[in-house]
Unconditional design. Structure first.
Length: 250
């Protein structure tokens, strides 16, 4: 694919992935749907001067999105992608993962690996600390939307709501993936990249990718009790993949 150049291009490309996912009943459309919502919010934030530096934020958003889009289209061609995205994409062929698991494993790859890389890249020639305020703001947007999606899913599938209330197992599983931890880890990674010599950056990214892919196991195998509970939630999810994507899109 050709790299997208503007935030508008990102939204259009995500819409195309969503349409294709609905046509093929592909669960990869769940993350694309959440990501489109995030991108629209970021675009609105830029237009309303929410960020300290709007043009820089659009550049960051585009670099960030291109990492996901490149991974997505590369995977469609059965070519090698980062280990983190491979874990996320491979989950789409499994029956048992619930919508929330698909979202979380995508967030794991994109926030814990891609966001730090994008932040370091957009800060080249500048002190990366100048980006910290806007970095936190883009994560505020993502955190609020993930929480909204979790609440929406609980409304759509009452089984999930009951389990979230009655047990801490699933709560602990979600807490392990709290956006604060993801954000803090991504920032430390971004600073490390920004302070690394160019010839060492590739090795640092590979090392980080292995750790992030390992963390994905929390989503795929959260433990016996949590897995049984999630299977119950999965049986309570109504409708086709297309229906669920439409629910997330509302």
């Amino acid at each position: 694919m050709k790299p997208v150049l503007t935030i508008g291009d990102v939204i259009i490309t995500l819409e195309n992935i969503i349409i294709e996912s609905k046509t093929n009943n592909n669960p990869l459309g769940y993350f694309a749907t959440l990501y489109k919502k995030v991108t629209i919010k970021v675009k609105e934030g830029i237009e309303n001067d929410f960020f300290d530096d709007g043009p820089r934020m659009e550049k960051l958003d585009v670099i960030f999105a291109n990492r996901y889009l490149h991974a997505y289209f590369t995977f469609q061609k059965n070519k090698e992608v980062t280990k983190s995205w491979e874990k996320a994409f491979n989950l789409s062929s499994k029956y048992w993962p619930i919508v929330l698991q698909h979202l979380l494993i995508g967030i794991n790859a994109h926030i814990n690996l891609d966001l730090g890389i994008a932040a370091a890249e957009v800060s080249k020639g500048d002190n990366i600390e100048n980006l910290k305020g806007d970095f936190d703001k883009i994560n505020e947007v993502l955190s609020s939307l993930v929480k909204d999606v979790e609440n929406d899913l609980a409304e759509i599938w009452p089984t999930l709501k009951k389990i979230l209330k009655l047990t801490r197992n699933v709560d602990d599983f979600l807490v392990d993936f709290s956006m604060k931890l993801a954000r803090d880890g991504a920032w430390k990674f971004a600073v490390a990249l920004a302070n690394t010599q160019d010839n060492m950056i590739s090795d640092l990214i590979k090392e980080r990718d292995i750790k992030v892919a390992e963390k994905a196991k929390i989503v795929v195998n959260p433990g016996f009790v949590a897995r049984i509970l999630l299977m119950i939630v999965r049986l309570g999810e109504r409708g086709t993949v297309k229906d669920k994507i439409n629910d997330l899109n509302e």
